[in-house]
Design a protein around this ligand. Sequence first.
Ligand code: LAC
Length: 226
Amino acid sequence: VASALAFDMYGTLVDPARWAGALAGQVAEPERFAGVWRRHQLEISWLLSLMGRYEDWRAVTGYAFDAALAETGQAAIGGREELLERVDDDPRLFDDTAEALARLQRDGHRLAVLSNGTPRQLHAILERTGIAERFAEVVSVDEVGVFKPSPAVYEHSARRLGLPPGQVWLVSGNPFDVAGAKAAGLHAVRVERGPALRYGFVEPPDLVVSSLAELADTFPELSRPG
Ligand code: LAC
């Protein structure tokens, strides 16, 4: 089948809410902090992209950490660098992920990663979580120098996979990412990992699943040629 599934990383394969574990004892209300941090991470990636600037995801994550401290009224903490390292070094897969990827690969699907993360971060996550060999390609926005949901990112992924955009299926738990993929002419699967947002200004996803297990059940039928 001449198609490929391109998986988002943070919020789809690995769970950013698990950052709370590394934050415990370092900041007040670690669970709330993890959510505020994540929101600033995305906002800053959009700010930079609209400004026509680029700094990599690692840098964005640091700026977002400082913004989250300010928003939650906390002073700068000692050991900021170590904490950022620790979060990077301890990725946690969502429970449904490893098995679903194995099934999709066994069914003959070509799998890729398409993420805001740097190539170094992405390869480290894949190695540490033991899913590296599921993926034929690892595509980072770093290769383009702009963040999701710029159309340049999705178009680049299709070029990297050697496919027309309409034959790439982005799989993401992030509604803004699904919207970006549809706007750029890709197919998109939304994994319901959070509130079911709807954006009326773009086409809806081609498929909505409650888990990656459901994707592994559904996708072979959906992508059958003819
Ligand atoms: C990513 C962001 C969206 O992995 O979390 O690309």
